[in-house]
Design a protein around this ligand. Structure first.
Ligand SMILES: *Cc1c(COP(=O)(O)O)cnc(C)c1O
Length: 413
């Protein structure tokens, strides 16, 4: 029997002293539009009567098992967001004419819930995921929403399914917020019905037995994203086309693609991760380079975190052990010509991908135009910068150090 549970959430807004209006207003006139925003205090919980046993952590395969509950929020163009529901995890029923199946109005996020050293549940920078999800929604003509309210609902979902968060270090609950256009109509126009849902999946650490550096294939004839395109948004349609490309690279012994752009062969991203390169400079300093957010780069939360931590190290606000003292942090374009030159000079010292799944993924080889460029990956399979970043970020995620990026779920309920 669905139960309307509003008391706990209502007390949250009361405690914060800012009872929120859930009717949206027109940004130009300030007039109420009659559309409702997502309202966590209207949450309806239908508990799963047939709880399952989470699989043993040692047997987890990324994204193959799902926790007992899911969050679902319907949206309609006339009324806005309906009351959010937490319900048993299970199939959706959609009309075959739903726009999602024809024109792919679909976007997603990837974030994780962690059990900290004291067994409390934490999220890492959820505000960044909410902001990015809204940016993707706007681009895809899907409805936007209050990120604060969705974060509260996600907190509710993961605390209800907290037995699905593995407590071994390095394990976590991967959270997949998704937004799709569901209107049953074949016209190519903004969807008048949409569904936002959140599912979660227990996942293991990327590296169980030490780092495994990857080899990348850089094929200049392939393009992931282009200026004026949609590569900077986490749209489902950006990912399907990369699968075939990765399969082809794998046949030639490369685990991932290094996506290039343009005749200058600008480096953009590694598979579905952001890219970092470390170069030794003539003055003895080390430059940490990542391509700028120029429209073809997905604004990764991990990318932003690495940049922030590296800059705090440089400014001495929060020095990180293992990072070079003389570090320069650059968001700038870098191309294959510069990589080849640096490799020949011996000044190419590190390369790694960065993303929520692995945090860092060291690279030891890049195949480009029929030859392989070797990249040092250290004795342990990762260079000093990748190692230091992995440690700093996991220390924050697991609450080993106090940091505003790590949010306790109990503080969101
Ligand atoms: C999700 C994603 C990333 C990494 O983003 P995080 O927020 O760090 O997980 C990087 N590149 C692409 C193409 C992505 O889809």
């Amino acid at each position: 029997m669905p139960a309307r549970l509003s008391s706990s959430s209502a007390s949250v807004s009361a405690a914060h002293g800012r009872g929120h209006s859930t009717v949206l207003s027109d940004p130009m006139t300030g007039e109420p539009t009659g559309h409702h925003d997502i309202d966590a205090s209207a949450l309806i919980i239908e508990e799963n009567k047939t709880l399952r046993e989470p699989p043993p952590s040692s047997s987890l395969v990324f994204g193959h098992s799902f926790a007992d509950h899911m969050l679902a929020v319907n949206w309609n163009g006339a009324t806005g967001w309906a009351a959010p529901r937490i319900q048993p995890y299970g199939p959706l029923t959609l009309d075959p004419s739903s726009v999602i199946f024809h024109y792919a109005p679909s976007l997603f996020e990837g974030m994780k819930a962690y059990k900290d050293v004291e067994g409390r549940v934490r999220l890492f920078r959820p505000d960044m995921n909410m902001k990015r999800m809204n940016t993707s929604a706007e681009r895809m003509a899907l409805p936007t929403f209050s990120g604060k309210e969705l974060t509260k609902l996600i907190a509710k979902l993961v605390s209800l399914d907290s037995n699905w968060i593995p407590s071994e270090p390095g394990y976590s609950l991967y959270i997949r917020p998704t937004l799709i256009g569901t209107q049953a109509a074949l016209g190519v126009h903004p969807a008048n019905d949409a569904l936002l849902f959140v599912i979660s999946s227990p996942v293991g650490p990327y590296y169980k037995t030490g780092f495994k550096p990857v080899a990348l294939e850089a094929d200049p004839s392939l393009v992931r994203a282009w200026p004026g395109g949609v590569g900077q948004y986490k749209l489902g349609a950006n990912y399907g086309p990369g699968i075939r490309v990765q399969m082809e690279a794998a046949k030639r012994g490369y685990q991932q693609n290094l996506w290039l752009f343009g005749e200058e062969h600008w480096l953009t991203e590694v598979g579905t991760m952001n890219l970092f390169v470390a170069l030794k400079r003539d003055d003895g300093s080390t430059e940490l380079v990542t391509p700028p957010l120029n429209g073809t780069i997905l604004p990764g939360v991990t990318r932003d975190s690495i940049l922030g931590l590296a800059r705090d190290h440089v400014s001495k606000k929060a020095p990180i052990e293992g990072l070079p003292d003389n570090l320069v942090v650059s968001e700038r374009e870098i191309n294959m010509g510069e990589i080849i030159k640096a490799s020949e000079k011996g000044s190419l010292i590190e390369m790694f991908g960065a993303g929520t799944a692995a945090i860092v993924s060291p690279v030891d080889r890049v195949g480009f135009k029929g030859r392989d460029i070797q990249i040092p990956a250290g004795e342990e399979g990762a260079g000093p910068i990748a190692k230091a970043m992995l440690k700093s970020i996991t220390d924050i995620q697991l609450g080993r150090v106090n940091h505003p990026w790590s949010v306790l779920v109990e503080d969101l309920l």
